[in-house]
Design a protein around this ligand. Sequence first.
Ligand SMILES: *Cc1c(COP(=O)(O)O)cnc(C)c1O
Length: 370
Amino acid sequence: MVNKQITVTSPLLPNLDEFNELLKEIWASKWITNNGQFHRQLEKALCEYLKVPYISLFTNGTLPLLTALQALRITGEVITTPYSFVATTHSIWWNGCKPVFVDIEEETCGIDPDKIEAAITPKTTAIMPVHCYGKPVKMKRIQEIADKYGLKVIYDAAHAFGVEVDGESVLKAGDMSTLSFHATKVYNTLEGGALVCHDEKTKQRIDYLKNFGFAGETEVVAPGINSKVDEVRCAYGWLNLKQVDQAIANRQKVAQKYREALKDVSGIRFFEDMPGVRHNYSYFPIFINAAEYGMTRDELYFKMKEDNVLGRRYFYPLISTFSTYRGLSSASPRNLPVATKMANEVICLPMHHELSEADMERIINEVVTK
Ligand SMILES: *Cc1c(COP(=O)(O)O)cnc(C)c1O
């Protein structure tokens, strides 16, 4: 008998009847896009939930990265991490800038602040760190370096929805932060994303940029793009926001169960909660030391797959190994020993809000029995 497939993620979906009611409102209003009622309502609700003053919605999590670099007029070289989703580096490339890879630290899988200064050249204008797996990077240290060299900081916070340090949102750090509301993330609007900034003037400029640069009926102030979000997605997102706390609480229980079950398995490492941090449990990566565990990461990954338990090798391969980027001198594995090691050891176990006890037992069993 073949076991039912356990997927890595499962999207948070609004109640269909409630969604249907909102669709009726949209149909009645005949206002389906361009900063409609649900769009304004969702931006406001997200500001409150995320504890930030300014947020602009986007059609996905990649366009806010592109737009942040535009809004801050970034040129030259941008320091970033190879241990992320390709969109992080692509956004730098699409802006005609050169990505410069800096290694990560084991503690967070985020950029290692101790290695940033050595990568700075006269052409460096910005740093783009990632709160990988929603684990906050060392924001204070990064800001000190940015201030010292006059650099902008744009955080790819695609994984960090709702993450707080000492009661303060991580989205408040740096010059801007971006979010992704893709179906696989903790919070989704089908596809979607957002850009967080810290003052009204910047929010205004971002809103121009995501609407072709229009600043009025007859005035275009910048070569903007189209990243406007329609009313259907905003209504969907508004309903999902009401249940995201429950989803995060469910995910936390899964993380606790995994930690308890795997703590004595030799050759397996995983992250504990960080003191003072409100985590969102967006991923549950485990790292396999093949010599101690008695099996390589890939052997375990494919064994799980055969048994219909899907893991994900996030983030393998490193962005710096793809053909587009491997020619850069900073892409050399010698420059990125920690990222290279983590990428070769990682499996993200299934993690979502509706994993059953039986599912978790099967997943744990895959890792514990070799
Ligand atoms: C998901 C993700 C993105 C891109 O978001 P999309 O909504 O898929 O465009 C960017 N960066 C990171 C780190 C991501 O995980």
